[in-house]
Design a protein around this ligand. Structure first.
Ligand code: SF4
Ligand code: SF4
Length: 333
């Protein structure tokens, strides 16, 4: 169990981090405030992914749960209601590889047209970013924030982390995309996403970052997250002292509506096994789902008013009140 000095230090670090995120717009609402509508939409138009990443529950969960594609009428209902909301971001992906959806380009065009004031974010493993797809993405400026998951710095580390994909094919796709983007009248904002890996040194990541910069992008390195215990390799930080949960470091259930392919709403993207369905947008619409009694009660519980939420007890993003200091569970490693 951490001592008092560790808690104070972690609480101060968290406070400063919140200030920074509020200034940069990363934290859009104050912790615990859900407003009357979501600010972000995450929509899973299908359930597939081809990368088989070792840092992700997808390869296992995909075999355990029902899978499918979103129906056209449900997609239309979502985009119709979304177009009437002051959304900050529309993310047409959720725990999947978006470009395995043959309709993805068309969907991006629809979002752009019908939600013109909303930023579009897409995270992809780049395996399907052919020259043709890249051309359309760049020429039509279909994405404001394009994130490319490349969890390695060379053939060996990439194949280890993303065994479903081929390093050379991915490089070809990404280099082609970045070359087009460099010459575009309005270039896309493209970031390479890496995940910390004990087999890759800081120096290797730095070299990788400078190589990506030469090509017109940059590397953002994220810490390993076991997706609230849903991944086989667990984070080592579980805090077991006396505490009350007081929110979510990322404020996810207070800002984001996460919609699965069948319309079910999960509390956040960490709920890979769909253990806590809050509502269904086919039955309630977006606003109805956001304000469903179950989702409202869940938020109360996340703020410490009621039983702890099972998923949060396994998540390093849970904010804990330890003797009056608010600290993320993941502060303890
Ligand atoms: S991290 Fe992304 S690319 Fe990798 S398996 Fe999971 S969903 Fe697919
Ligand atoms: S599971 Fe984690 S990310 Fe999801 S609401 Fe709980 S603390 Fe936040």
């Amino acid at each position: 169990m951490p001592n008092h000095d560790q808690v104070s230090e972690a609480a101060e670090k968290f406070r400063l981090d919140c200030q920074r995120r509020e200034k940069s717009g990363e934290l859009s609402r104050s912790i615990g405030d859900a407003g009357e509508f979501p600010l972000y939409l995450e929509v899973q138009t299908h359930t597939a992914c081809n990368a088989r990443c070792t840092c992700c529950p997808h390869p296992i969960v995909f075999k355990e749960l029902p899978n499918g594609f979103m129906s056209d009428d449900l997609w239309e209902a979502i985009i119709h209601e979304a177009s009437r909301l002051p959304l900050k971001r529309f993310m047409p992906y959720l725990n999947n590889e978006p470009f395995l959806d043959p309709k993805m380009i068309e969907r991006l065009r629809q979002i752009r047209k019908r939600c013109p004031d909303t930023l579009i974010e897409v995270s992809t493993n780049a395996s399907k970013l052919t020259a043709e797809i890249s051309e359309v993405l760049v020429n039509e400026y279909l994405v404001d924030d394009l994130r490319l998951s490349i969890f390695g710095v060379d053939q060996a580390s990439y194949s280890e982390r993303m065994p479903g994909l081929d390093w050379m094919s991915t490089l070809t796709n990404v280099k082609g995309l970045l070359a087009k983007n460099k010459n575009a009248a309005r270039p896309l904002n493209i970031t390479i996403i890496g995940i910390e890996d004990e087999n890759v040194s800081d120096a290797q990541w730095q070299i990788s970052d400078s190589q990506w910069r030469q090509l017109g992008s940059s590397l953002r390195l994220w810490g390993y997250l076991d997706r609230a215990g849903n991944n086989q390799q667990k984070n080592e930080m579980i805090f077991e002292g006396s505490y009350t949960q007081r929110g979510c470091e990322l404020n996810r259930p207070f800002e984001r509506l996460c919609i699965l392919y069948n319309g079910d709403v999960i509390m956040c993207s960490q709920d890979w096994r769909r253990e806590d369905i809050q509502a269904n947008v086919r039955e309630s619409g977006l606003i109805g789902a956001w304000n469903s009694p179950k989702f409202r009660t869940l938020r109360e519980r996340i703020m410490g008013r009621g039983d702890e939420v099972n998923l949060c007890t396994k998540c390093k993003m849970a904010l804990l009140d330890v003797d009056g200091s608010i600290v993320p569970r993941g502060c303890y490693k």
